[in-house]
Design a protein around this ligand. Structure first.
Ligand SMILES: [Fe+2]
Length: 297
């Protein structure tokens, strides 16, 4: 992004503005949640939040880019539960990605015999750290992500979560050159998805860290090491190694939890992973995933 872009004006994410960055960081870390419990908001009905419930969720999203709601809907599979909750935070433009159903909502569950078995989200295997939609084109990036649990797995299926702004802080404090490397427009390339000779998705290059039109930080990342090409220079390799170390660390801002029936995560597409799991019939794991082009507001 050119440095004369107006979103850079006094922007803390401008790598050449340490004063704006330090001011923003001090405010960001003040009263930052210390554990996953601090993200939780108990609500009656996610479809009709009370003003105090809405406020509590928004407050956590403003601070940590995420909140966990615990609703009283239990294992009610109504897909309107997460969709209506999201709409109360301005989330309306769903990414109708390949795995989504007609309403744009994706049911994440283990399936046996469809094309989905090629894609890890539809299996019980672990999923490495990532942000959602990193392979989308740059004008179709995912700015928020909602996960709603109908049934957890019999065992496992834990999510780890890390606010991408905290990842930014850790890397910038370690070495500002990491940030510059990860803001390069060709830092990370996802090769084309080609099946039986037809191109399902062309190769896509882009930065890891970028700024939205409103000047907010966006992150595009996956820790998978196949089907991904990092810019081949020492700065990029050092930055990626630092990020991998952070994600494998016991950083106090990495939270872990297993969503239970009626619980959900609402986030500005923070970094997350998922451990492998085992299903116990008849209650196999079912989560709804909603990816939006909007940011929570
Ligand atoms: Fe994800």
């Amino acid at each position: 992004m050119p440095l004369n872009n107006p979103v850079y004006e006094n922007n803390p994410f401008d790598p050449d503005n340490p004063v704006a960055y330090e001011n923003w960081k001090a405010a960001k870390l003040e009263n930052y949640p210390q554990n996953a419990d601090a993200l939780i908001v108990e609500v009656d009905d996610p479809r009709r939040l009370k003003p105090s419930e809405h406020e509590a969720i928004l407050e956590r999203c403003n601070k940590a880019n995420m909140a966990v709601y615990i609703g009283k809907t239990g294992d009610d599979p109504d897909r309107l539960i997460p969709a209506t909750l999201g709409a109360q935070f301005g989330l309306r433009n769903l990414d109708r990605n390949m795995g989504a159903d007609d309403d744009g909502i994706t049911a994440l569950q283990v399936v046996d015999d469809q094309w989905r078995t090629r894609y890890i989200p539809y299996t019980n295997r672990p999923i490495h750290w990532h942000t959602d939609g990193y392979y989308n084109s740059l004008d179709q990036q995912i700015h928020s992500l909602l996960l709603h649990c109908v049934h957890p797995a019999g065992e496992g299926g834990e999510n780890a979560l890390l606010d991408h702004e905290i990842a930014y802080i850790r890397l910038r404090d370690e070495n500002p050159a990491h940030i510059k490397a990860l803001m390069e427009p060709d830092a990370m390339t996802i090769p084309a998805n080609i099946e039986k000779g037809s191109v399902l998705r062309p190769a896509r290059s882009g930065p890891v860290f970028s700024l939205s039109h409103e000047g907010r930080l966006h992150m595009r990342y996956t820790a998978r090491n196949h089907s991904i090409e990092w810019k081949n220079n020492s700065q990029t390799h050092a930055a990626i190694a630092a990020l991998e170390n952070l994600l494998m660390s016991d950083d106090p801002c990495i939270y872990r939890l297993i969503l239970q029936p009626g619980w959900g995560l609402i986030s500005n597409n923070v970094l997350h992973d998922r451990s492998g799991f085992n299903d116990n019939a008849p209650h196999s794991r079912l989560l709804y995933r909603l990816r939006y082009f909007d940011r929570i507001n």
